[in-house]
Design a protein around this ligand. Structure first.
Ligand SMILES: Nc1nc2c(ncn2[C@@H]2O[C@H](COP(=O)(O)OP(=O)(O)OP(=O)(O)O)[C@@H](O)[C@H]2O)c(=O)[nH]1
Ligand code: SF4
Ligand SMILES: [Mg+2]
Length: 409
């Protein structure tokens, strides 16, 4: 629990054809036997994730993948998994075999990565077997349109340089960590309202709330954490009004009348949705979901795989909010953890949690998949605050988003 959460680590995927030495490369970078290596093409069948401190870059996840040039039914499945890895990739390493050079496959791969706007580099592996001149490296750079370096994963040649090369080209987008920092200044006070009931995890507060507290502290401000039951007493103790009040969506309707209308008021879900999702898409999605016909099929997606409690949010409360909001009976399916279907054709809507355990890239890939399938997507917080009749109030601190809400029909 002392390590950086997965959602905040730079995800680096190692991609390429079978047998080019992807697994050998990950072992060389980590200096550990993480992945199985063999001369048989198609050795790696499932992605292998390794968290590490990659100096000078910082906390990363290295992901070894199955060769993308695999044929047959099993190959198609492996390819699918590798494409899922691409959905969460912040930085891609395309591995080439020095003896084979660039094939049509690498060109296609580089184009796919570029299409997804993922920064990438090329690594020419197996340079112990054949001499690779600097001119050839430049030629490969021109052909693929990305920076290229050369290594031998077997002998260790070029591996230390590769780490520096990755750090030079992989930019960690720090704004991923910004939940509310743009709202507050040092010495401000932020009031955070949690909600603890039988559906809440035992012995801890949930990750979006932990992350928000961390962000307040990072800004040099003070976080006061309370719960709705003693909110009045907490407010009475405050000498000055808080700069911002953030509430658990589930109790936002109870809390809202108690907060002076002049104080900016929002929910954890809205903040997390802004940080790593897309509030505009969630508003458009919400408005379409409200209009769905009875019997429509909705996918409820969560990224954590916690034990389901009584009155579970995904299983019980979200369907209830949909019913309250639409007045119609819908049918529901659920998905949790890292799985998210690429084919959403059987669904009429997706309601997603904040996705605090995945990175921004992956959350946005899910939104992209929903858009490609023309299926509306919204998040828990939007749905709940809308059902409670206070969505406009929690959107007010974000005037652009608020006006999109008002203009969307
Ligand atoms: N000579 C030499 N052989 C290498 C090097 N890197 C990998 N190999 C060999 O290439 C073969 C394939 O290596 P892997 O690391 O399993 O390749 P992979 O890309 O992970 O292959 P798949 O998992 O099948 O997609 C093995 O026999 C390795 O020992 C290298 O730098 N030099
Ligand atoms: S992963 Fe989703 S359901 Fe789990 S705590 Fe984070 S936002 Fe909530
Ligand atoms: Mg492999």
């Amino acid at each position: 629990m002392n390590t950086t959460p997965m959602g905040f680590r730079l995800h680096i995927a190692i991609l390429g054809r079978r047998n080019v030495g992807k697994s050998t490369l990950i072992n060389a970078i980590t200096n550990q036997q993480i992945a199985i290596v063999s001369e048989v093409a198609g050795t790696t069948t499932d992605p292998v994730f390794k968290t590490m401190e990659l100096l000078p870059l910082g906390p990363v996840v290295l992901i070894d993948t199955a060769g993308l040039d695999d044929n047959g039914e099993l190959g198609a499945l492996r390819k699918e998994k590798t494409y899922e890895v691409m959905d969460k990739t912040d930085f891609a390493i395309i591995v080439l075999d020095a003896e084979d050079g660039i094939t049509a496959f690498e060109k296609e791969l580089a184009a796919e990565i570029k299409k997804r706007e993922i920064p990438s580099i090329g690594v020419i592996n197996k340079c112990d077997l054949i001499s690779v001149t600097t001119d050839l490296v430049h030629e490969y750079e021109d052909t693929l349109g990305i920076p290229v370096t050369k290594v031998s994963s077997k002998t260790g040649y070029g591996i230390e340089e590769l780490k520096g090369f990755i750090a030079d080209h992989a930019v960690y987008d720090d704004t991923q960590l910004n939940i509310l920092r743009d709202f507050i200044s040092p010495n401000d006070t932020v009031l955070l309202i949690t909600h603890i009931d039988c559906a809440a995890p035992k012995g801890r507060i949930i990750l979006p709330q932990q992350q928000t507290i961390r962000d307040v502290i990072e800004a040099g401000a003070t976080a006061i954490v309370t719960q709705e039951k003693i909110l009045v007493q907490t407010l009475e103790k405050l000498k000055e009004p808080p700069k911002l009040v953030v509430t658990d969506s589930l109790v936002s309707n109870i809390v809202e009348p108690l907060i002076n209308a002049k104080i900016p008021f929002t929910s954890f879900s809205i903040l997390i949705g802004r940080q790593k999702g897309n509030l505009e898409e969630y508003i458009k999605g919400l408005k379409r979901i409200i209009k769905l016909q009875a019997g429509s099929r909705i996918l409820i997606a969560e990224t954590c795989t916690h034990y389901r409690q009584e009155r579970d949010l995904a299983k019980v409360q979200i369907p209830q909010y949909v019913q309250d909001l639409t007045g119609k009976e819908m049918s529901f399916d659920w998905t949790s953890g890292t799985y998210f279907p690429r084919d959403l054709s059987k669904y009429d809507g997706v309601i997603h949690c904040g996705g605090c355990t995945i990175n921004r890239q992956e959350m946005n890939s899910r939104i992209r998949i929903a858009k490609e399938n023309n299926v509306p997507i919204t998040n828990y917080g939007m749905l709940i605050t809308c059902a409670q009749g206070i969505i406009e109030r929690v959107l007010e601190p974000f005037p652009n988003i608020h006006s999109i809400y008002q203009s969307e029909t």
